[in-house]
Design a protein around this ligand. Structure first.
Ligand code: NAP
Ligand code: ZN
Ligand code: ZN
Length: 350
């Protein structure tokens, strides 16, 4: 075991502060990563505040959040073949899974039917709590480590490990591309990556945001259209319009209103994870044979595909780099939608 410095919430709703804990000694297939940057995902806030208690069995405190990890390999175990010291690597939302169930074999380890081992607020195979990326170092099996694009700044790639893949996966699965009208609801960390990725995939992109305040940015990221959902005209004007809607909203909104914007056979995919259930009316779906779906991050193979895609098509995240001492302030700003478009912690500040 070795000591590791980080930032943790000691209990639900506590402010995050300095915390020291143990990391395991590297095993044969482990990669030791010096963390350079870690993105702040809205899920970190939901979990540090135990907002998903209706849906998960336990919330483990002290909690070191962070699952958008970018760093450099500082050591490798004796049997590691994929990475060497000095490589720029990433770690996303999970650090292991059973590896043998049908989902793992299919490469969708995030849906492991035994247990996906989450990067933090999870338990490893021995039952010990996992600690995330708001820390100086992490030790991960090489099969759950990703290679970062060489041509983009590391800090702009950290959020690809969650925000990037969470939008890339459903956009690919539901075939966003030329000739498809795609709406992205909410232009925060996930949403702004959705705009960039859907545009890079060739779809016609519309942003549905609460106001028009970020319109110029949305257009710069590749949106052709931008509407305010605070204006009820938006819902009249766009009724029956979209092939695919990706809903990234973290709060409770009326999903039925958005379902009405789908054309025949259109699909709305939920990726935002609000605290409470939201009722859906059958007529919202039956009216035009619409579907409501959900999607959770992506598997290791697909994350690597997305990272390579972002490198090739020059698709970085828009980030505001902060020292770790500002993490509590950053949480408050995310809650006010005052983020352009992802906070990333510079771990040198630790
Ligand atoms: P974020 O940066 O806070 O973005 C959420 C956006 O939702 C905001 O920027 C805002 O967009 C919109 N929004 C917020 N409150 C709203 C309200 N009351 N009414 C309407 N729109 C509202 O958060 P994020 O990191 O992108 O995460 C978004 C959600 O996805 C969170 O619930 C997170 O836990 C979840 N998530 C899911 C997965 C997955 O695998 N499914 C992965 C990562 C995160 P505008 O300002 O443009 O209106
Ligand atoms: Zn996340
Ligand atoms: Zn599995």
């Amino acid at each position: 075991m070795s000591k590791c410095k980080g930032y943790a919430a000691s209990e639900a709703n506590a402010l995050l502060g300095p915390f020291s804990f143990e990391r395991r000694e590297p095993l044969e297939h482990d990669v030791v990563i010096d963390i350079k940057y870690c993105g702040i995902c809205h899920s970190d806030i939901h979990q540090a505040r135990n907002e998903w208690s209706d849906y998960q069995d336990e919330c483990i405190f002290p909690m070191v959040p962070g699952h958008e990890i970018a760093g450099v390999v500082s050591a490798v175990g004796g049997k590691v073949t994929k990475y060497k010291v000095g490589d720029k690597v990433g770690v996303g939302c999970f650090v292991d899974s059973c590896r043998t169930c049908p989902e793992c074999r299919q490469g969708v380890e995030q849906y492991c039917s035994v247990a996906t081992i989450w990067t933090y607020n999870g338990r490893d195979k021995k039952g010990a709590p996992t600690y995330g990326g708001y820390s100086e170092r992490i030790i991960v099996d090489e099969n759950y480590v990703l290679r970062m694009p060489g041509n983009l700044p590391l800090e702009a790639c950290a959020p690809l490990l969650c925000a990037g893949i969470t939008l890339y996966s459903p956009l690919k699965h539901w075939k966003a591309g030329p000739g498809k009208k795609v709406a992205i609801v909410g232009m925060g960390g996930l949403g702004h990556m959705g705009v960039k990725l859907a545009h890079a995939l060739g779809a016609e992109v519309t942003v549905l945001s609460q106001s028009l305040s970020k319109q110029a940015d949305g257009k710069r990221f590749g949106a052709s259209h931008y509407y305010a959902t605070s204006d009820s005209e938006t819902f009249t004007k766009l009724a029956g319009h979209f092939d695919l809607i990706i809903n990234t909203v973290s709060a409770t909104v009326d999903w039925n209103q958005y379902l009405d914007l789908l054309k025949l056979d259109g699909i709305m995919v939920l990726v935002g994870l609000p605290e409470k259930d939201i009722p859906v009316g059958a007529f919202s779906l039956t009216a035009r044979r619409r579907s409501l779906a959900g999607s959770q991050i992506g598997g290791i193979r697909e994350i690597q595909e997305m990272l390579d895609f972002c490198g090739k098509h020059n698709v970085p995240c828009e980030v505001e780099v902060i020292p770790i001492q500002k993490v509590n302030e950053a949480y408050e700003r995310v809650l006010k939608s005052d983020v352009r478009y992802r906070f990333v912690i510079d771990m040198a500040s630790l």
